[in-house]
Design a protein around this ligand. Sequence first.
Ligand SMILES: NC(=O)c1ccc[n+]([C@@H]2O[C@H](COP(=O)([O-])OP(=O)(O)OC[C@H]3O[C@@H](n4cnc5c(N)ncnc54)[C@H](O)[C@@H]3O)[C@@H](O)[C@H]2O)c1
Length: 404
Amino acid sequence: MSTSINIGLIREEKVPGDNRVAFTPQQCLWISTHYPHIAVTVQPSPRRCFSDDEYRALGITVAEDLSHCDILLGIKEVPKEKLLAGKTYLFFSHTKKQQPQNQLMLQEIIKKNITLIDYECLVHNDGQRILGFGFFAGVVGAHNGLLAYGDRTKTFSFKRVHECKDFQALITTYFGVKLPPVKIVITGSGRVAAGSLEVMGLLGIKYVTPDEFLINNYSYPVYTQLKAGELYLRKSDKTYSREDFHNNPGAYECKFLPFVTAADVLMNGIYWDKNIEPLFTWADLQKENFRIQVIADITDDQNGSIPCNLGDTTIEEPVYGVHRFNQQKTADHFDPESVTMMCVGNLPNELPRDASQYFGDQLMKYVFDELLAPQSDMVHKATIVDKGELTERYHYMAEYAGLK
Ligand SMILES: NC(=O)c1ccc[n+]([C@@H]2O[C@H](COP(=O)([O-])OP(=O)(O)OC[C@H]3O[C@@H](n4cnc5c(N)ncnc54)[C@H](O)[C@@H]3O)[C@@H](O)[C@H]2O)c1
């Protein structure tokens, strides 16, 4: 069969740069073996976590010009001057909440008769998102939280994740590590929480129930996990219903407070929006029995579920201290009157090879055939712009898109 569909993997050009990619070299090879009518071309990139040579070594074409491609896959937003007219793009556009910083990009997409399919809007029948990087955010966030705790208490030290080639290499650094009897509380039950639990398992940290965690002290490291049903109860009748909580989060109160007196480290991986009560308040931080020393805020909303999240940190400078009484950042991240905050907003970039492979696997498993099919409800629902026209589901964005 002759090649009839050309797919391009674009170079990430957003600043600051991203090192992830939609398909690894092995996955590109797999596509060309299993779909002989599809050809993949990779745009060269000095920053991508798989080098151009790793693609070339498997016989994948690396070329600057993608004008022959029908479908272009990226990760982050595409600078508007780089958008190729008439193409079908898939990437995280961050436009569906009408984010101001991406308005001009969306207008250009419309002007250039582009089709935009947003990864974030690809969902299973039950509404769960198909694609995301949460698992590796959870892994890196948990590691960084423990690293900060080790540095703060001078009890152990960890290597930085991005200094390891991949997850496998990170795991080898855990052999022989002896942690002090730290108590860790993990919130959430999604992909982020799953990644953090993986690190607990790899380090042999023992699970205890939330009740045991509150009552007991241990001579070895332990963790507990609080899912939404254990964290939030309806104010009126002290019950929890997932659907009701998602629809009426304001009717629920947060039950986290006792854990601030029992945990040394908090790894926060819950879903949060502004109508959901935060885990604790500034006033709670000032109480004498506030025990938490390090917060890995993987959810990472400024002034969100964690009031002392004063903004993002970077992979280069992953932590800052926040003074519990004056609410300001401290000169020393580990000031005894401070809580050490880890608020990196792009955690998966520390493990980009694994994060990319996981992403490509999900894309292959659940989306690829739908994308190639003449009609797909899943893809249709995630299509924000179809050949330059805002689709019906996204008409609410007309003004933002410059159409009104
Ligand atoms: N810091 C980073 O680098 C980074 C990376 C990835 C994700 N995150 C953030 O971490 C958080 C968790 O991500 P995740 O990948 O685990 O998400 P997920 O989609 O895997 O899980 C989210 C959980 O929240 C629940 N949920 C979904 N909609 C909800 C609603 N409307 N109200 C209440 N609960 C709801 C889901 O049932 C699920 O259990 C998100 O806020 C995400 O933005 C941060």
